[in-house]
Design a protein around this ligand. Structure first.
Ligand code: AMP
Length: 114
């Protein structure tokens, strides 16, 4: 999608601090990290929100989590732990409408979130 900032990172039109990619998935460090390690895992194809997932995306959704655990291990936080969050629309706190899995670690998380 031409006006989507994350599609522009996928295409290379704007830079991203990329930590992982394969045919379907890209992961890059968050510009405004909320933890010592904070990266975003996105599908390369544009999907706006969780509400837009289709049954044929089931494998792709799984790949986001498989990438998350691979990178978490690379970052040395698989054993200490980490949090995965995907926000949806305004009340969920979603600001970029290209779905992304936040993966945050290397600090103790609290619950409930704000
Ligand atoms: P959300 O509020 O869940 O939609 O999260 C969007 C996230 O994208 C925020 O944590 C932003 O800091 C992050 N973000 C926005 N633009 C960029 C960018 N160009 N590179 C990396 N992270 C970004």
């Amino acid at each position: 999608m031409s006006d989507c900032i994350f599609c522009k990172i996928v295409s290379g039109d704007i830079p991203g601090d990329i930590v992982y990619q394969d045919d379907d998935v890209l992961a890059f460090r968050d510009l405004s990290p909320q933890a010592p390690v904070h990266f975003l895992v996105i599908p390369k194809k544009h999907i706006s929100t969780i509400n837009d997932f289709q049954p044929e995306d089931a494998s792709l959704v799984g790949k986001l989590f498989l990438a998350a655990k691979t990178i978490a291990k690379q970052e040395g936080m698989d054993e200490s732990g980490y949090r995965c969050v995907m926000n949806c629309n305004d009340d969920g706190g979603q600001t970029v409408h290209h779905i992304h899995l936040h993966v945050m670690g290397k600090r103790q998380m609290t619950w409930p979130p704000g």
